[in-house]
Design a protein around this ligand. Structure first.
Ligand SMILES: NC(=O)c1ccc[n+]([C@@H]2O[C@H](COP(=O)([O-])OP(=O)(O)OC[C@H]3O[C@@H](n4cnc5c(N)ncnc54)[C@H](OP(=O)(O)O)[C@@H]3O)[C@@H](O)[C@H]2O)c1
Length: 248
């Protein structure tokens, strides 16, 4: 049986790296394409992944989600090398802290919304070649409008306004794709990876661990593995997390 081809954007760090590790360690039935802003970051991530036993194959690719040429070239390369894509994980993301509000919002939208829209458009024909394709958008519980309006919710107030706007927008990207491709085998999910250690908030120990509150990104990887193994198919088209579904 030929392995299922998985592509993860932003796979050199945090949730993306941990997801690549979980998938590569899970089974030889996955061939994971490690997509990063530079080929050097991708090959270095693969070296790090191979420090532990991996069952699935790993390939590097350059893919900057804010660079249309890079997206087109990556899709062409996957087409030439594999002829299809089974699982696309739009994971790359930022939480811009730029002091200028307009720039901060623009940066969040460029990477977290425009990027995934263009990446999905470039890879969709390849996904539709798969007998069992998955399109996964890494979102956040912070994106939930229902939770934001609930004073009892942890998401009611957050300083991360521009990031939240971008993640709510990417939910709509996922929902529109689910609606548009309803009559195809494509399964679309928005996934909250949970609050986990990564460089999203900065590079100090305090930022990485969110003051000790952030969990292990390998748990996020396990959630995403459960999606691509079909264990969450009952929640297709929804904003899911490890233990259930968030309201939009
Ligand atoms: N960690 C959490 O608690 C948490 C919670 C909810 C949602 N999320 C989501 O999880 C996803 C991954 O973030 P993370 O927490 O793992 O943070 P991270 O450690 O900062 O990883 C982000 C990844 O995205 C990549 N990236 C940024 N801009 C890119 C671009 N223009 N093109 C390609 N790759 C780009 C980064 O590459 P470089 O190394 O080159 O910068 C890095 O590999 C994001 O979508 C984030 O919103 C995280």
């Amino acid at each position: 049986m030929s392995p299922r081809i998985v592509l993860i954007t932003g796979a050199n760090s945090g949730v993306g790296f941990a997801t690549a590790k979980v998938i590569a360690q899970a089974s030889e039935n996955f061939h994971t394409i490690i997509a990063c802003r530079s080929l050097e970051k991708a090959t270095s991530a693969i070296s790090d992944l191979k420090k532990e036993e991996t069952k699935g194959q790993l390939s590097p690719i350059k893919l900057d989600v804010t660079d249309e040429q890079s997206i087109t070239e990556a899709a062409t390369q996957v087409h030439q090398q594999f002829g299809r894509l089974d699982i696309l994980i739009n994971n790359a993301g930022i939480a811009s802290q730029h002091p200028d509000l307009k720039t901060q919002l623009q940066q969040c939208l460029d990477t977290n919304v425009v990027g995934p829209v263009l990446v999905s458009a470039a890879f969709r024909d390849l996904l539709l070649q798969s007998p069992n394709p998955y399109s996964i958008y890494i979102s956040s519980g912070l994106s939930s409008m229902t939770k934001t309006l609930d004073p009892a919710s942890g998401e009611h107030f957050s300083l991360w306004k521009t990031y939240k706007i971008s993640k709510t927008a990417v939910n709509m990207v996922a929902v529109q794709e689910a609606a548009e491709f309803r009559s195809t085998p494509l399964k679309v999910f928005a996934v909250c990876p949970g609050l986990v250690r990564s460089y999203l908030r900065g590079s100090s120990e305090e930022d990485i661990t969110f003051g000790g509150k952030a969990g292990d990104p390998m748990v996020s990887g396990e959630t995403i593995l459960s999606v691509i193994e079909g264990k969450r198919d009952g929640d297709v088209g929804k904003l899911i997390h490890k233990d259930g579904v968030y309201p939009w």
